[in-house]
Design a protein around this ligand. Structure first.
Ligand code: DC
Length: 223
């Protein structure tokens, strides 16, 4: 029987790093659903779509093909009309665009089956904002992973600096706060813990401790 683990939480809580490591340890497939919204955000930027115009965002989906595949190491690859866009979707500009397009109901509907199908035949750890509430409401384990905005901004800032991006901490923090607001105040599938989710706050934990915490929660709840 396949097992589904839903991990939701705000931007920069370390969901992807922690979920990826836990999936590796447990032999599950790791699905990063934020990458799907990012690919739609990238497509909208490339097409010059007005990101304040929900109708224009919806129209940008016409004829669009988004697929997920995995490389030999199990790393996720996002294909946008057959192009591997994985390396173009991590910029601050795409982050903000992804947050905007993800508030459009047609975008969420467009990605729903793709996400659900991933969990049908294999054990998955899927991370996002609405996995436990909307995408996989029957997931065996639901975790709401969070940390304070300042700590999340510091982590993202360090990541971007390491990649050679020219960013200021204050701007990253403002982005985190703005995206938290967008993600939790949108009408459709807002970011909120599922009623039956376990809360995991990683503010005072190292990465290793956070990974272990998540693995323990999953093991305890799938015995
Ligand atoms: O997790 P992330 O930062 O890569 O997500 C990018 C954006 O996509 C984020 O602002 C919220 C949105 N998102 C969403 O609405 N639902 C998901 N399941 C995953 C991401």
């Amino acid at each position: 029987m396949s097992i589904a683990v839903a991990i939701d939480g705000p931007a920069g809580a370390g969901k992807s790093t922690i979920a990826r490591a836990a999936a590796k340890e447990l032999g599950f497939i790791y699905v990063d659903t934020g990458a799907l919204y990012r690919s739609i955000g990238l497509n909208a930027i490339r097409k010059g779509v007005d990101l304040t115009d929900a109708k224009a965002i919806e129209a940008s989906l016409a004829g669009l093909k988004v697929e997920l595949s995995f490389d030999a190491q199990g790393a996720q690859i996002v294909l946008l009309n057959d192009e591997d866009v994985s390396s173009f979707i991590r910029t601050p500009e795409v982050s903000m665009s992804a947050s905007k397009v993800s508030a459009v109901p047609a975008v969420r509907a467009f990605l729903l089956d793709l996400q659900r199908n991933m969990a049908k035949t294999q054990s998955v750890i899927m991370d996002g904002r609405d996995i436990g509430t909307v995408v996989l409401p029957n997931a065996e384990v639901k975790i709401f992973l969070t940390a304070s905005p300042e700590i999340r901004a510091k982590r993202r800032f360090d990541e971007l600096i390491e990649k050679g991006e020219d960013v200021k901490y204050e701007d990253v923090l403002a982005d985190v706060i703005q995206r938290d607001y967008n993600d939790s105040h949108r009408e459709i599938a807002p970011l909120k813990p599922a009623e039956d989710s376990k809360l995991a706050d990683t503010s005072g934990l190292t990465l290793e401790e956070s990974i272990q915490l998540i693995i323990n929660i999953i093991k305890e709840n799938t015995k």
